[in-house]
Unconditional design. Structure first.
Length: 369
């Protein structure tokens, strides 16, 4: 029977201590594999900012790939709702009915295990493994002990060190260290505007402020979340002046369509959604989608997506011939405004001899109905 252990965690970021625990479990209980399970985005706003689950999971994948017996799983990353351990274990029992399932926890989690949701059910679904960092002091009558040593690393400490500009290369795998540095993770930023200003050329920054204000006004008129509209409007072009956009997309696992692969000018939208996670700790999927779809749009756009799309073309700094008409519509009829914005974009691109993204026609056809 295959022995499969689950090691769940926020992994913000994953570090050598996590790998050490998995290694010790593998050896002590002759496991066939340890699956690193990255937790999803927390349901409520907690007191600390947590990096978006997808970004945390990329680091988990980089840290575990190529190591015998190590695997990673993004099941919780892709789920909308919070998953209790008992549900996670049910999932793995159903996914691998022929496996013996183990679940690895730290010594401190053992102390309040009885306060977990459905602890008895958990024990029926797995063999609980506890990592002992106290040097043989830990005892339990319902969990098995993984003998270990003191681990003097924590994700909290690592985040603080990165924020202070200290070297963490001895605490995390090289691939993780490189990823953190390349993507500016865990930087202390003063506030969104001040940080955005360092990323953009002055005229692009001014445009971003315009889109922020226009989107906020529109949100008020059409009953969308004003704060989300402000944030999405402000950050929509955050990747606009970045270098090496295609290699960044590969690094952050951004999926581009064929059209985007040939038109660098469009890439900053999808890339910007990921860099907003990395540099501004955005995890809200509505904000991220509004950034992601602000250039080419898509059928069935949300209200927030429509607002940012239209605000991008109608903010006060825009001066192309159709702008005054579009601006009027932006504050009176959002679907009409979207229709005219897309039509205007098609017209301008045709005059320039540029190709039109297929989404533009899909939006037009959808709105005609
Ligand atoms: Fe843009
Ligand atoms: Fe823009």
């Amino acid at each position: 029977m295959r022995k499969t252990a689950i090691l769940g965690g926020t992994f913000d970021p994953i570090h050598n201590g996590h790998l050490k625990i998995a290694e010790a479990a593998l050896k002590e209980y002759h496991l066939d594999r340890v699956i690193f399970l990255t937790s999803g985005n927390p349901p409520h706003k907690k007191d600390r900012r947590i990096l978006d689950a997808k970004i945390r999971h990329i680091m988990v994948k980089r840290a575990t790939s190529g190591i015998d017996g190590f695997e990673s799983c993004d099941w919780e990353v892709n789920r909308k709702e919070y998953s209790y351990t008992v549900n996670t274990l049910k999932y793995f029992n159903e996914l691998y009915p022929d496996d013996e399932i183990y679940f690895i926890i730290g010594g401190d989690s053992l102390r309040d295990f009885d306060k977990w949701y459905m602890p008895q059910e958990i024990l029926k679904l797995c063999t609980l493994l506890v990592y002992d960092r106290s040097g043989g002091q830990l005892k339990s009558d319902f969990a098995k002990i993984i003998p270990g040593e003191k681990i003097d690393i924590s994700s909290t400490k690592i985040r603080e060190m990165v924020a202070n500009g200290e070297d963490i290369s001895h605490l995390v795998p090289k691939a993780v260290n490189d990823f953190i540095l390349r993507n500016n993770l865990y930087k202390e930023i003063p506030d969104f505007e001040a940080h955005l200003k360092t990323m953009l050329k002055p005229e692009r920054f001014a445009h971003s402020l315009g889109v922020r204000d226009t989107a906020a006004q529109m949100a008020e008129i059409f009953g969308a979340d004003v704060e989300k509209a402000r944030i999405a409007g402000l950050l929509h072009d955050n990747a606009k002046n970045m270098d090496n956009i295609y290699s960044r997309c590969t690094d952050l696992e951004v999926e581009l369509d064929e059209f985007e692969k040939e038109n660098p000018g469009l890439v900053h939208a999808k890339l910007g959604a990921e860099t907003a996670k990395c540099e501004f700790y955005i995890t809200d999927s509505e904000i991220l989608d509004a950034i992601r779809w602000h250039t080419v749009g898509r059928p069935k756009m949300s209200l927030l997506e429509k607002i940012v799309f239209v605000a991008d073309l109608t903010e006060p700094g825009r001066s192309f011939p159709d702008a005054p008409l579009l601006r009027k519509l932006a504050f009176s009829d959002i679907d009409k405004a979207l229709f005219e914005c897309v039509s205007s974009t098609i017209k301008i691109n045709k005059m320039r001899g540029a190709k039109i993204h297929p989404n533009a026609y899909e939006i037009i056809n959808e709105l005609k109905k």
